[in-house]
Write a protein that binds this ligand. Structure first.
Ligand code: SIN
Length: 301
């Protein structure tokens, strides 16, 4: 098992002072709060290494009170790898193609962001050859009620999977398709524009292992989701559907979950190689807006 620390390109001179960071693990199956770090300030190599390690260990990191700009969010995200541009370019933050606006707000009759992002359990961009390493979501405007985000620990899902399911899926691959639920979402929301031929070409179905190995920790994780996984390859259609339903249900058992209740200026950074997530929903009359950056990962194996 290898644990490679990502490089810290912004601190070539080793001159940036450390910040007084404390990492406090949540009492649950995943997640930790990072206390004492201002993401608007340069990050020393030592602090970067601690954040990187904590991200691998806890899978979700919560940074409170981050009064930072989109440029600063992009700069911090890039420390972990190249950023991915979402296929729905309609919902990029103007001037910042790397930032996807996640919002239910409609202005002048036009949605300003993707309001139903996360409506189904998923791992970000699993429909790409190189799915996402991790995503960062920064709270801009929060509803007085609702709007939580749930995370499921997919290492635990694999570790606790009943033997008959393990045997059925180990060594198998599954298809992931961006379009799997697109028509269904389009019917009930204003956030799913018709896709151009160019957009459809960007999201051709891909095949990934049902059980993937985390490229940095070596831990195995289930890697199928309700939103994007359509079938297990080489298994009859009805059996594949039945297996996927059992895998989805097992993945989101309550003991695998962390529920994030957002506070103003929270930044949440999660590992898409270890987790799935779900937007729990916001009452229609309340405004919610967050900025998401998404870091490219490896081809799953
Ligand atoms: C997402 O799936 O990236 C959005 C999650 C959320 O809005 O809570």
């Amino acid at each position: 098992m290898t644990i490679a620390l990502a490089t810290n390109a912004g601190d070539a001179g080793h001159s940036v002072p450390d910040q007084p960071i404390v990492i406090r693990a949540f009492d649950g199956p995943l997640g930790a709060e990072v206390i004492g770090l201002d993401l608007g300030r340069p990050l020393s190599q030592h602090d970067f290494a601690r954040i990187h390690r904590a991200h691998l260990d806890h899978h979700v990191l919560v940074f409170r009170e981050q009064r930072i700009t989109p440029d600063q969010q992009i700069a911090f995200s890039r420390r972990f790898g190249p950023l991915q541009i979402h296929v729905l370019h309609q919902f990029q933050l103007p001037g910042f193609p790397e930032v996807l606006v996640v919002s239910n707000v409609v202005e002048n009759g036009q949605p300003i962001g993707l309001g139903d992002a996360g409506h189904f359990w998923h791992s970000d961009l699993s429909y790409k050859e190189k799915p996402s390493l991790g995503s960062l979501l920064h709270a801009q405007e929060l509803p007085a009620e609702g709007g939580d985000t749930l995370f499921a620990n997919m290492h635990l899902a694999w570790d606790t999977l009943p033997t008959h399911l393990r045997t059925a899926v180990e060594g198998r691959s599954a298809e992931h398709t961006y379009l799997a639920k697109y028509a269904e979402l389009q019917k009930r929301s204003p956030w799913r524009p018709n896709l151009s031929a160019g957009q459809i070409a960007q999201v051709k179905p891909v095949v990934h292992p049902v059980v993937r190995e985390h490229p940095e920790t070596g831990r195995k994780a289930l890697f199928v989701s309700e939103h994007f996984t359509t079938r297990i390859i080489g298994v009859p259609e009805d059996e594949s559907r039945q297996l996927l339903e059992e895998l989805f249900a097992h993945s989101v058992r309550p003991e695998h979950l962390y529920r994030h209740q957002w506070a103003e200026h929270d930044m949440v950074f999660w590992d898409n190689r270890s987790l799935m997530h779900l937007a729990a929903g916001t009452p229609d009359h309340l405004r919610r807006k967050l900025y998401r950056t998404t870091i490219e990962g490896d081809v799953p194996f």
